[in-house]
Design a protein around this ligand. Structure first.
Ligand code: ADP
Ligand code: MG
Length: 282
């Protein structure tokens, strides 16, 4: 049986605006979601749909106003679980500059395990290992602020990996990067998921990144409105457009071709698949 990584049941979260009880903002509206260990899940949705709020529940930065949130079957509302939950579920945020704390790459990666009170010899081992996993080992003596955005995000990911978490939650980690930086970060994420079995929850606006996931979850106005494989989600171009979300460019092209009577199918997510289908057309 698959082991549960993240489980939320009827989750509700309200922000109290300006600390006033009267003016509350419902940001998560009755969301139930299960994520198994080892899965790669992408969360899509408009700005303000509740993605970041949901992510912050996954490592107990926020606690439910209603319903339940479990991380590795530990209730986030139980104080004695917080420390363990934060170590097992690491977060990576949008702006790499806000996440780097030290002036040398290897010190930065060591920061997390140092805070866990791990002994220096073990830290050394973990730092080297984590830097190799994100392919930044040769930069270990460099200054983080001189690296590219993609490299900085990989250092931030190494810092989390050095804490040996089960799960990494990434909240729009590629939003501030150029296309090559985005590719680097996505390849790193895929690699640590496939080769090291780390559960990935990735929030993104880039449909090309979502195509890589095992499963896509769609949020809208605080609700989880749809989930499925990338093929399930994107081949339903009509619904995606109705919600106001994009689909990958080639999927959209296939949809338009179908509409104009060219029988190519709408289950196309990559350029290679498109090329294959086009070549098979009679
Ligand atoms: P997303 O990450 O999908 O853009 P968020 O989780 O950041 O969405 O926000 C969900 C809703 O909660 C939005 O309506 C947003 O305005 C509101 N919100 C987010 N943070 C706060 C806050 N600190 N105080 C009050 N409302 C907030
Ligand atoms: Mg957000």
């Amino acid at each position: 049986m698959k082991e549960s990584m993240i489980k939320c049941q009827d989750l509700i979260f309200e922000y109290s605006v300006n600390g006033e009880e009267k003016s509350k903002k419902l940001a998560i509206d009755n969301v139930s979601l299960n994520i198994d260990k080892g899965e790669f899940v992408v969360v899509l949705g408009h700005n303000g749909s509740g993605k970041s709020t949901l992510a912050k529940h996954m490592n107990a930065l926020l606690l439910p106003s209603g319903g339940k949130m479990y991380v590795l079957n530990m209730d986030t509302q139980d104080d004695k679980n917080i420390w363990k939950i934060r170590n097992e579920a690491g977060m990576v945020f949008q702006n790499p500059d806000n996440q780097l704390v030290a002036t040398i790459v290897e010190d930065d990666v060591a920061f997390g395990p140092e805070n866990l009170g791990i002994e220096p010899k073990e830290i050394r081992k973990r730092v080297d290992e984590a830097l190799k996993k994100v392919d930044m080992y040769e930069y270990k003596k460099n200054a983080p602020h001189l690296l590219s955005g993609g490299q900085k995000q990989r250092i931030a990911i190494a810092g989390i990996l050095a804490m040996r978490p089960e799960c990494i939650i990434l909240d729009e980690p590629t939003a501030m990067l150029d296309p090559s930086g985005r590719r680097e970060v996505i390849n790193t994420i895929k690699d640590i998921n496939k080769n090291y079995g780390i559960t990935i929850i990735l929030i993104t606006h880039y449909m090309e990144e979502a195509v890589e996931a095992d499963r896509i979850v769609i949020m809208d106005e605080g609700k989880l409105i749809k989930q499925g494989t990338p093929i399930d989600i994107f081949s339903d171009v009509y619904t995606m457009k109705k919600i106001g979300l994009d689909v990958p460019q080639v999927t959209e092209l296939a949809y338009e071709l179908e509409k104009s009577g060219i029988n190519i199918g709408t289950d196309i997510l990559t350029i290679n698949e498109m090329v294959n289908r086009l070549c098979q057309l009679k």
